[in-house]
Structures are given as structure tokens and as C-alpha cells.
Design a binder for this molecule. Structure first.
Ligand code: HEC
Ligand code: HEC
Ligand code: HEC
Length: 90
């Protein structure tokens, strides 16, 4: 019975704690950006999400600031001049 209650609680809670996506496509005119969410999670949700994780409204500047400044700082991932490592034309 206890297990059932636990599972029922999980099902009810599921929409609140949406599972993080494996990968996200961020649309851009100059080529969509395939963002590997899973490989970024270990950095800590708060690096990118304020409060509960949800969709992020990006502008070109806010996205570049978030993504590229961290890559530059850590010397990992596509840097400022590596446009086509992020933007890929279909
Ligand atoms: C680390 C990944 C990354 C790199 C490197 C990068 N961008 Fe972006 N860029 C993004 C993301 C993410 C967005 C926002 C997409 C969105 O709004 O959903 C974006 C948005 C843009 C937009 C706006 C597109 C639109 O539809 O409004 C332009 C233009 C752009 N980038 C050009 C560039 C150029 C030029 C370079 C190289 C000098 C570059 N980007 C390098 C990730 C990157
Ligand atoms: C390096 C940045 C970054 C980190 C770290 C990160 N996320 Fe995300 N997350 C994103 C981006 C970008 C999106 C896509 C936003 C969009 O589609 O507008 C996203 C989307 C999500 C979504 C889907 C939201 C929706 O409604 O589609 C969930 C859930 C989520 N993240 C959870 C997490 C959790 C939990 C963690 C920590 C374990 C985490 N994220 C860490 C950048 C990040
Ligand atoms: C808090 C730091 C941080 C932020 C913010 C961040 N990244 Fe990264 N990113 C990394 C690190 C660290 C790696 C290297 C991961 C590895 O090699 O295991 C990486 C790697 C990548 C890669 C290459 C993945 C691969 O498989 O080689 C892409 C593409 C990328 N990031 C896109 C983005 C985009 C787009 C954003 C913004 C929405 C973003 N990153 C925000 C730290 C960050």
C-alpha cells in the first residue's frame, strides 16, 4: 500500500518536475542550434535556469552571453568564433 501511495504521488508530481530533455533544438535563422542538454546538466541547473527549470526566452545577445561566456571561461565547448559548431544549416 505504501508503495502504491508513493507511486501515485510520483505520477501526480510528474508535471511539476518535468524530466530534463536529452537535447533541445533552439531555432535560429542562420541555422538551428542543437543544444545537448544532458551533457550540461552536471554543471548545475542554476547556471542556466532561475527557479524551477522551464523554457528560456532567448534573444541573440542573451543566448550568446550565457552560452559563449561559460565556454570561454571553461575553455570547453564552441567559443565565440565557432559559429557553425552551434549553428547548423539543415
Ligand atoms: C555556443 C553556441 C553558439 C555560438 C558559438 C554562436 N551562437 Fe549564435 N546563437 C546561439 C543560440 C543558442 C541562439 C539563440 C537561439 C534562440 O533564440 O532560440 C543564437 C542566436 C543567433 C542569432 C539570431 C538568430 C535569429 O533567428 O534571430 C544570430 C544571427 C547568431 N546567433 C549568429 C551567430 C554568429 C555570427 C556566431 C559566430 C560569430 C554565433 N552566432 C555563434 C548559439 C550560438
Ligand atoms: C547550460 C545551461 C543549462 C543547464 C545547466 C540546465 N539546463 Fe535545462 N534547459 C536549458 C535550455 C537552453 C533549455 C531549453 C529552453 C527552451 O526550449 O526554451 C532547457 C530546458 C529544460 C527543461 C524543459 C523545459 C520545457 O518546458 O520545455 C527542463 C525540464 C530542464 N531544462 C531541466 C533542467 C534541470 C533539472 C537541470 C539541472 C539538473 C537543467 N535543466 C540544467 C539549459 C540548461
Ligand atoms: C555553465 C557553463 C556552460 C553553459 C552556460 C553552456 N555550456 Fe555548452 N558546454 C559547457 C561545457 C563544460 C562543455 C563541454 C562538455 C564536454 O565536453 O563534456 C560544453 C559543450 C557544448 C557543446 C559541444 C557538445 C559536444 O558534444 O561536443 C555545445 C554544442 C554546447 N556546449 C552548446 C551550448 C549552448 C547552445 C549553450 C547555451 C544555451 C551552452 N552550451 C551553455 C559548458 C556550458
Amino acid at each position: 500500500m505504501k508503495l502504491f501511495a508513493f507511486l501515485a504521488a510520483l505520477v501526480i508530481a510528474a508535471p511539476v518536475f518535468a524530466a530534463p530533455p536529452e537535447s533541445v533544438t533552439l531555432k535560429a535563422k542562420n541555422g538551428d542550434v542543437q543544444f545537448p542538454h544532458k551533457t550540461h546538466q552536471a554543471l548545475g541547473c542554476k547556471k542556466c535556469h532561475e527557479g524551477a527549470p522551464k523554457k528560456i526566452e532567448f534573444t541573440k545577445d542573451s543566448a550568446h552571453k550565457l552560452c559563449i561566456s561559460c565556454h570561454t571561461e571553461m575553455s570547453k565547448g564552441p567559443g565565440e568564433k565557432a559559429c557553425t559548431q552551434c549553428h547548423k544549416k539543415a
